[in-house]
Write a protein that binds this ligand. Structure first.
Ligand SMILES: [Zn+2]
Length: 96
């Protein structure tokens, strides 16, 4: 039963993630609402928050960071640097 429940939650998280990425540039309010719903679902169902969802949230201000919309992307010696357009927080990760 628990396995089926976690599978259903996984499907719902995938659907909400698609909703966020498809509407981030056209319908910001819908994307933020779907993001909050997905985040709360993942946190309250005792599952690990998916990496795709974690990548989209700014650690300082909680804003949705999406390349080309609300984040500035720079590549620097093997590192990808994302700069949040709201607070200027820098997120660095390897891309190799
Ligand atoms: Zn930020």
């Amino acid at each position: 039963m628990k396995n089926r429940q976690s599978t259903l939650i996984g499907f719902e998280l995938d659907r909400l993630m698609r909703l966020v990425t498809e509407n981030i540039s056209s319908n910001r309010a819908l994307a933020e609402s779907a993001f909050d719903t997905a985040w709360n679902l993942a946190v309250h169902s005792n599952q690990k928050v998916p990496k795709g969802l974690r990548m989209l949230k700014c650690k300082r201000c909680g804003y949705i960071t999406y390349p080309g919309v609300s984040v500035e992307v720079r590549l620097k010696s093997g590192l990808c640097v994302w700069k949040c357009s709201r607070c200027g927080y820098l997120k660095r990760f390897r891309y190799k």
